[in-house]
Design a binder for this molecule. Structure first.
Ligand code: NAD
Ligand code: GLY
Length: 341
């Protein structure tokens, strides 16, 4: 097992390894009761196993589940979860376990951030995306009808437990989506990781790669926990990616959209490693272009939540391991995107 310590407004440890879920009782504060929050795909596989561990260790537990998918990350599920916690008389010394992908992690984390003005929660990510990205760093939240993640809080977990075995049941296309985020870290920070992915493709060393990505996330969160500066780099491929998701009416998955976003900014910015980046995305079965016009994508990007005033902050790769934040006027975005499509 590998451990990474995160020093933020709350310090905590991310533990990464195969089979470590069986030791979950070690992470629960003595005397705490737990509420497992999961979804309709993950709960029936791993929720039951977790409950067994808790019963064996005499840890009082209850279980709350949401329908799988982004549509559940809303105000209704959030309020229903708060109700469930209060009916079960949860107190500040109890703990939420977020067992699932980014949807469960964001929702359960936001409930933890706000119920009784904050109770502890433990992230148990079950997708690659959640392991390398959403479970670490304390961004929690829900969607509004007007857009994704429009309500939320920065609220760090008490611990993150990445059991790499949990990905054995993950459908391949969801694993592939997570690979787009792994490639994002490699382009942003890490020529050695990029070379490892080139060499091994989808058969990369999971524990090593997840650990390396979390290490990069640690640095980013410790430097800029509230996302006002360098943490913005983690948005590589996401401004155009979010626009693609929105214009496609969410028919194009997040990972695919981010892949097209990374490819588009690399071409538009004249990144010296564009060919290698495109080849790697193809190697992972990820797309690098789409049918939408620059005009439609620029229009959609105008409602990006990271827009500030008349500008958006695009992340520009100059070379693998050398990326920069580039503020661009919203009116110039269409011309820029056109260069990269
Ligand atoms: P997800 O949580 O919807 O999971 C994808 C699908 O895989 C779901 O159907 C889920 O039930 C299923 N699944 C998950 N684990 C499984 C397993 N081990 N076996 C079988 N099926 C499994 O999606 P995601 O890609 O994990 O997360 C996307 C969400 O994360 C979005 O809401 C996004 O906004 C959020 N996000 C948050 C952050 C952050 O910093 N908080 C960062 C990136 C993304
Ligand atoms: N997923 C981007 C961040 O945590 O900042």
């Amino acid at each position: 097992m590998t451990e990474i310590k995160i020093h933020a407004s709350r310090d905590y440890t991310v533990s990464i390894g195969s089979g470590i879920l069986s030791r979950i009782a070690d992470w629960i504060p003595s005397g705490a009761g737990v509420c497992i929050v999961s979804d309709s795909n993950v709960g029936p596989i791993y929720g039951i196993i977790l409950q067994k561990f808790f019963h064996a260790n005499k840890i009082q537990n209850c279980y709350y589940t949401i329908p799988a998918g982004e549509a559940s990350k809303n105000a209704e599920s959030y309020l229903a979860l708060l109700d469930y916690l209060s009916v079960n008389q949860f107190t500040r010394s109890d703990c939420i376990i977020a067992l699932g992908g980014g949807v469960v992690g964001d929702l359960a984390g936001f409930a933890a951030a706000t119920y009784l003005r904050g109770i502890p929660y433990i992230q148990v990510p079950t997708t690659l995306l959640a392991m390398v990205d959403s479970s670490v760093g304390g961004k929690t939240g829900i969607d509004l009808p007007a857009g994704k993640n429009l309500v939320g809080a920065f609220y760090q977990p008490a611990a993150v437990i990445c059991d790499t075995d949990l990905m054995n049941t993950l459908p391949e296309e969801i694993f592939r989506d997570g690979c787009a985020e792994v490639i994002k870290y490699a382009v942003l920070y890490d020529p050695a990781l990029f070379a490892h992915l080139e060499e091994r493709g989808m058969d990369f060393d999971r524990e090593r790669v997840i650990t390396q990505c979390i290490e990069w996330k640690r640095k980013s969160v410790e430097q800029d926990e509230l996302d006002r500066g360098s943490r913005m780099l983690l948005n590589l491929g996401h401004t155009i990616g979010h626009a693609i998701e929105s214009v496609s009416n969410y028919c194009i998955s997040h990972g695919q959209a981010v892949a097209i976003g990374i490819a588009t900014v690399s071409r538009a910015a004249g990144c010296t490693d564009t060919d290698r980046i495109l080849s790697l995305l193809h190697r992972f079965g990820l797309p690098t272009s789409c049918q939408y016009s620059a005009e439609a994508l620029a229009q959609a990007a105008k409602s990006d939540k990271k827009r500030s005033g008349d500008q958006v902050h695009l992340i520009i790769p100059r070379a693998i391991g050398d990326c920069a934040v580039m503020p661009i006027d919203i009116e110039e975005l269409e011309v820029f995107i056109k260069k990269g499509l």
